[in-house]
Ligand binder design. Structure first.
Ligand code: PEP
Ligand code: MG
Length: 572
């Protein structure tokens, strides 16, 4: 039997190390009554004391590494542990009903969770999650099971999990997480995108890796080929160590291009920009040769917290990015929440198809309070650098006009308050819905630029869920329909003297870059780690040749035909 598993290559690079397994455990509760209630009460108190100690440590670590605001959630957990009603309830169940500690804790925690989940105020409803979390901690202690959280990883490890949410990924300490491997997920799921921005090798969609790996097992994750090797033998270890070292050497070689311009062999200049999720990412992107930021996914500022970020907090974050990049352009995308990106403190209505539901600009137009705070922060930051702004998920001209209407209101407010901002800040839209791509010529009259979001554009054009690992074969960036839409968008922008960029994952794909260059794309925005390889590639391409090639590619009948054709053409 082979110890090599294949999944989806989500983030390139090779990681070799021990597994840190994030297991969901099923607890089997005792069926007998307590024979010694005092003993049970004692066990409960001991578990509470231990839980306090653990939470206190987590709190300190979170405050040190992520700031006081992120640490506050653990204060809430301590308050739950000390709650007299909760404690009284559990002790009552043990003494009056002769329950064992495990059952008493579960019963009372479940009751509290239900009460909080049914409260009117959203803030209170969210406390249910904290209570559940504390309950799980107590139960793990009573059952003698070790609690694992990504923030608790102490040694450099490879994280193995069923799935990782964006906030799990955000919690990861880059020093400690060498790589990760998960059962589910797709290449453009947000955890995969974050892995690429953190430059953590990752393979996802492995189906059963969690079941096959034990804590501490040796693992190799090859995020370039999508392979994971479980308990490798000496020969495999040697081979991959050599491969890892070669990759690191190549990276060093590429780094020499960091300050070189992005020009083709026939002297056509394009912009290679980075996709980022935080101000820190901008610093890393610049170090990897980014000539701008083509997409700042602002939703990450809203995640992993208890409430919306204030105008001031957002302003500080946007200003930091602008200042990091100096004169280079920074495209800030307004809040794109919904779909697979949720906020614990914002209740979204239950929808049959969240990806077709109230997400992104649709949500912002429904909640102008949230939207205006962000627009104020972006405008204020525009006084400190070369900031541009774009709206996600635009489908209709009415949405664009409504968003711009709110922007105008905010501008007037700022003017009245005497607050500085860049009056001429460019405003663009993402083209990620086929309706917008097909009518790009109409939109081009009302925007300053387009940024093509292929991650969603592919999903909506081919009607294929970008996160469904069973449908990856249908998730086809090279489908002729996509190439035609992209061409239409770029041509429409150019016809009106506007520029067109791309910030979907396709923009960093070495097979797509020659085609996109041929189609006339002005700005390519990608994971920071793809920028230098792209720069190297561009230096060997002639735009004139790529133009001819792209024209011909539009008439290939299948994605596979396009791929073979391009592979062949660029070889020569
Ligand atoms: C896209 O859809 O291509 C895009 C860049 O946005 P996101 O991946 O954040 O949905
Ligand atoms: Mg998108």
């Amino acid at each position: 039997m082979t110890n090599v598993k294949s999944g989806i290559a989500a983030s390139p690079g090779i990681a070799i190390g021990q597994a840190w397994v994030v297991k969901e455990v099923t607890l089997t509760f005792p069926t007998d009554l307590a024979t010694d209630p005092d003993h049970e009460i004692n066990r409960y108190h001991q578990a509470v004391a231990k839980a306090k100690e653990q939470i206190g440590q987590l709190r300190d670590k979170a405050a040190r590494e992520m700031g006081e605001d992120k640490a506050a959630v653990f204060d809430a957990h301590l308050m739950v542990l000390e709650d007299p009603e909760l404690t009284g309830g559990i002790e009552g169940k043990i003494t009056a009903e002769k329950m064992q500690a495990e059952n008493a804790v579960k019963d009372v925690i479940d009751q509290f969770v239900t009460i909080f989940e049914n409260m009117d105020m959203e803030y209170m409803r969210e406390r249910a999650a904290d209570i559940r979390d504390v309950g799980t901690r107590l139960l793990y202690l009573l059952f003698g099971i070790e609690q694992r959280s990504l923030a608790e990883i102490s040694e450099p490890s490879i994280v193995v999990a069923h799935d990782l949410t964006p906030s799990d990924t955000a919690q990861m300490d880059r020093e400690k997480v060498l790589g990760f491997a998960t059962n589910i997920g797709g290449r453009t799921s947000h955890s995969a995108i974050m892995a690429r921005s953190l430059e953590i090798p990752a393979v996802i969609g492995l189906k059963t890796v969690l079941e096959e790996v034990a804590q501490g097992d040796m693992l190799i994750v090859d995020g370039t080929t999508g392979e994971v090797i479980i308990r490798p033998d000496e020969a495999q270890l040697q081979k991959y160590r050599a491969k890892r070292d070669a990759l690191l050497a190549e990276k060093k070689e590429l780094q020499k291009l960091v300050d070189e311009p992005s020009v083709t062999k026939d002297n056509v200049r394009v912009e290679l920009a980075a996709n980022i999720g935080s101000p820190e990412d901008a610093i890393a992107a610049k170090a990897r040769g980014a000539e701008g930021i083509g997409l700042f996914r602002t939703e990450f500022l809203y995640m992993d917290r208890d409430d919306f970020p204030s105008e001031e907090e957002q302003f500080t974050a946007y200003k930091r990015v602008a200042e990091t990049m100096g004169d280079a352009p920074v495209v800030i995308r307004t809040l794109d929440i919904g779909g697979d990106k949720e906020l614990s403190y914002l209740e979204l209505s239950q929808e049959m198809n969240p990806f077709l539901g109230v997400r992104a600009i649709r949500l912002c137009l429904e909640r102008p309070d949230i939207f205006k705070t962000q627009l104020r922060a972006i405008l204020r930051a525009s006084a400190y650098g070369n900031i541009k702004m774009m709206y996600p998920m635009i489908a209709t001209i009415e949405e664009l006009r409504a968003a711009n209407g709110i922007l105008d209101e905010v501008k007037t407010e700022l003017k009245n308050e005497g607050i500085a901002f860049n009056e001429a800040m460019e405003v663009g839209i993402m083209i990620e819905i086929p309706a917008a791509a097909v009518s790009a010529d109409l939109f081009a009259e009302e925007v300053d630029f387009f940024s093509i979001g292929t991650n969603d554009l592919i999903q909506y054009t081919i009607a294929v869920d970008r996160m469904n690992e069973q449908l990856t074969r249908l998730y086809q960036p090279f489908h002729p329909s996509l190439l035609r839409l992209i061409k239409q968008v770029i041509d429409a922008a150019h016809a009106k003297g506007k520029w067109a960029g791309m910030c979907g994952e396709m923009a960093g794909d070495p097979l797509a870059i020659p085609l996109l260059l041929g189609l006339g794309l002005d700005e390519f925005s990608m994971s920071a780690s793809s920028i230098l390889p792209a720069r190297k590639q561009l230096r060997h391409l002639k735009q004139a040749d790529m133009k001819q090639m792209a024209e011909a590619a539009l008439y290939k009948k299948t994605a596979q035909d396009v791929r073979f054709f391009v592979e062949n053409e660029i070889k020569n």
